[in-house]
Design a protein around this ligand. Sequence first.
Ligand code: FFO
Ligand code: ATP
Length: 198
Amino acid sequence: MSNIRAEIRQSIRKKRNSLSKEQQKNAAIALKMNFTQHLKSLITSQNPRIGIYFSNDGELDTSLLIKELWHKKAPLFLPIIHPFNGTTLYFQRYEENSPMTANRYGILEPKLNCSQICPLDKLDILLMPLVAFDDQGNRLGMGGGFYDKTLARYYQENWQKPILIGLAHQCQHVPSLPIESWDVPLKHIITPEKIYQW
Ligand SMILES: Nc1nc2c(c(=O)[nH]1)N(C=O)[C@@H](CNc1ccc(C(=O)N[C@@H](CCC(=O)O)C(=O)O)cc1)CN2
Ligand SMILES: Nc1ncnc2c1ncn2[C@@H]1O[C@H](COP(=O)(O)OP(=O)(O)OP(=O)(O)O)[C@@H](O)[C@H]1O
């Protein structure tokens, strides 16, 4: 089972890393437009709190979306790998002048400041990175289990907040993923081409 997951991870990471700069740029523009449109159908509040991520490893580039959301004054939060347990994520406020530091994978995260951490259930939207997604909204990540472990404490069938939205290139879609008991399925996935909802 986990071998198949590892193989899918490897082949899709290769695919997204081979997208050209121009394809990445166009994808980032399309993401910005698709997310802005989809957000209106999901939330009416003025300043939704949005958990986002800094793109890495050929992921759909979030930088244009971050600028747009700052411009709209939406409070943004980035994941920080927990400084003690090293296995779950905190979400900390991210502003233009936030001091940043590279985590163990070289991904920038805000320098830990406990007063700026937002509990997960106070976020309205959580935009999630993923490596592969399938026809049912199942998600395969980088393999650290960070998002699954962070969400596990909150996850129930009827949970309302935060709304989980996966972001991906269309080439990250596979018909079916082998799932594990801890996988938290997504109800929304946005690609540059399409908005999926379950
Ligand atoms: N942009 C982004 N940020 C994120 C995630 C993500 O998937 N994307 N994460 C989602 O959970 C967490 C970090 N998880 C990650 C897990 C593995 C690797 C990685 O590059 N692994 C290397 C091996 C490195 C090593 O073992 O030291 C590899 O597989 O090549 C990167 C991020 C938190 N932040
Ligand atoms: N809720 C959980 N409780 C305990 N262990 C977990 C939980 N979720 C995941 N794990 C552990 O984390 C490891 C990685 O999980 P998995 O392969 O599903 O990560 P992923 O979804 O690819 O990564 P990520 O969520 O970081 O993007 C697994 O070996 C599993 O044992």
